[in-house]
Design a protein around this ligand. Structure first.
Ligand SMILES: [Zn+2]
Length: 342
């Protein structure tokens, strides 16, 4: 498609032409339209209006891309914006080297923010760069994420609205199907995960949670600095935790300073197998240390009780809770009866 070179039509006159178009009343176009119309050409056959608009801030289109033509489909309530590009070198999406154009992919469409209640659709043929190292690669398009059918501005608006309203309400307002809304949300989540993947995780907490009265276990890994769950898996075996380490980048693995966990061999084994210098980073939290100390004290008591029993001394019998009680919390009477046992 050649760039139109017809004489410039003042934007005001163009807008009044639009307004009078076949007796239809159009919404107030001039300010809300968003981009300044430079040239216009009326095409009677296709019942559509073709025009060339300037590079526009509202579209976020920058050189080498430009708006080649705008098509207004009144019946469908749609504005179709066709994009073309200058003859330039393209960055390889793999290595970033500047390369010659290889070819174009078939034309694609992206739903953009509405223009005065008109659904606005961008059209372009994505170029492929010809990298000497990586071969033909589709170049990054500045207005959309790879594979998305929406421009980034459209996605951003949907996400913003989804913070305040239900999927159904946002879908209705933006005229998006449930699948489309869902796709936008999924993309946002995966972007969030990617960002999260790049963040350092200095302090981790590893926990087991029992489900259904202790019959099944889950292993949870938490980012203690940001109070969020990073990883969940079934059981509390070594392999339950082994899967977590692969989700970290080498930088993240090195960023780990401390891991709080209970003294559970399966977890310790996983930690020692995957985390460099694991033993210096392991922190047993207070609750679990208290639990283990309690068990150790009771074990000693039981053993001594057994030995004393053998020689007929029953003074340690049924004293378990005296040994486990914090002396600060003892009554005078308890202190007096416990004293001689020590
Ligand atoms: Zn390359």
């Amino acid at each position: 498609m050649a760039r139109a070179t017809s004489e410039a039509v003042p934007a005001g006159r163009y807008v009044s032409q639009l307004r009078n178009l076949r007796g239809r009343t159009l919404p107030n176009l001039s300010p809300g339209w968003g981009f300044v119309l430079e040239l216009a050409k009326w095409n009677d056959h296709s019942k559509s209006l073709q025009c060339v608009a300037t590079t526009s801030t509202i579209l976020g289109i920058q050189s080498p891309w430009y708006v080649e033509r705008v098509e207004l489909k009144l019946e469908a309530g749609e504005v179709h914006v066709h994009l073309e590009h200058e003859n330039v070198e393209w960055q390889c999406s793999e290595c970033g080297n500047k390369c010659a154009l290889y070819d174009h992919q078939p034309e694609r469409q992206w739903r953009h923010l509405d223009t005065c209640q008109y659904r606005t659709i961008l059209h372009a043929r994505p170029p492929r760069s010809n990298c000497s190292e990586h071969g033909p690669r589709q170049v990054r398009l500045e207005w959309a994420e790879p594979g998305s059918r929406f421009t980034m501005l459209m996605q951003a608006m949907a996400i913003e609205w989804l913070k305040h309203a239900s999927q159904k309400a946002v879908g209705k307002q933006l005229r998006l199907s449930w699948d489309e809304i869902h796709g936008i949300m999924e993309r946002a989540v995966s972007r969030g995960l990617k960002r999260r993947q790049a963040e350092p995780v200095a302090r981790l907490g590893i926990d087991e949670k029992s489900t259904r009265r202790g019959q099944r276990y889950l292993t949870l890994v938490n980012d203690l600095d940001r109070s969020r769950v990073l990883y969940v898996s079934e059981d509390r075996e070594q392999r339950s935790l082994d899967g977590f380490w692969a989700t970290l980048t080498p930088e993240q693995l090195n960023s780990i300073q401390a891991v709080a966990l209970d003294m559970w061999d399966a977890y310790l084994n996983s930690l020692r197998a995957h985390l460099p210098d694991a033993d210096s980073k392991i922190v047993f939290d207070k609750f679990h240390i208290a639990q283990h100390l309690g068990e150790a004290v009771d074990e000693v008591r039981r053993k001594e009780n057994k030995d004393l029993y053998r020689i007929g001394d029953k003074q340690l019998k049924e004293t378990r809770f005296k040994w486990l009680k914090n002396p600060k919390n003892m009554t005078e009477k308890q202190k007096n009866s416990f004293g001689p046992l020590r």
